[in-house]
Design a protein around this ligand. Structure first.
Ligand code: ATP
Length: 140
C-alpha cells in the first residue's frame, strides 16, 4: 500500500464539492488516513509550489491557493499516487471535461489554474507534501 497527498483547492471547497469528492475517493477504494482544513498564507502557498516559482502563472497560482481554505487529505491504497492522479484527470479542467469526463476535475474544475484538486506526482513529492501538511505524525 502507498500514501499520497490529496488536496481540495479553494474553488473545490467554495463550490461545495467536498462531499462529492470524498464520495469518489471512498468509492475508488482509498482510505482517508488524515485530513485537515487549512488556510494557506502566501509564504506557505509559495513553499508548497516552490517548483513553479519561475513560471509566469506563479503569482496568480499563489493568489488562487490563498483565496480560501483548502482541505488536505492523506489517501492510502495500492498505487495510491497514480490511482489518485488518474481519478482527478488532466491539469487543464477544460481538457478533463472533453477527454476525461468521469474525472474529478471534469466535475468541479474550470481551467488550467482553477482545477479544484491536487495530487502528489511521485513518491518523493507525496512524502514532502504529507510532511508539509501533517508533520511527522503518521497516525500509526
Ligand atoms: P497539482 O500539482 O496541483 O496536482 P498538476 O500536477 O496537475 O497540479 P502542475 O503542472 O504541477 O499541475 O501545476 C500546479 C498547479 O499550477 C496546477 O494544478 C494549476 O492550479 C496551476 N497551473 C498549472 N499550469 C498552469 C497554467 N498554464 N496557468 C495557470 N495555472 C496553472
Amino acid at each position: 500500500r502507498e500514501r499520497t497527498l490529496a488536496m481540495i483547492k479553494p474553488d473545490g471547497l467554495s463550490g461545495n464539492y467536498t462531499e462529492k469528492i470524498k464520495e469518489a475517493i471512498l468509492e475508488s477504494g482509498f482510505d482517508i488516513i488524515q485530513e485537515a482544513v487549512v488556510q494557506l498564507d502566501a509564504e506557505r502557498a509559495s513553499l508548497f509550489y516552490a517548483e513553479h516559482a519561475n513560471r509566469s502563472f506563479f503569482n496568480s497560482l499563489v493568489k488562487y491557493m490563498t483565496s480560501g481554505t483548502v482541505r488536505a487529505m492523506v489517501l492510502e491504497s495500492p498505487d495510491a499516487i497514480s490511482r489518485w492522479r488518474n481519478l482527478i484527470g488532466p491539469t487543464d479542467a477544460r481538457k478533463a471535461k472533453t477527454s476525461h469526463p468521469d474525472s474529478i476535475r471534469a466535475m468541479c474544475g474550470l481551467d488550467s489554474e482553477k482545477n479544484c484538486v491536487h495530487g502528489s506526482d511521485s513518491l518523493q513529492s507525496a512524502a514532502r507534501e504529507i510532511l508539509f501538511f501533517f508533520g511527522d505524525d503518521k497516525s500509526e
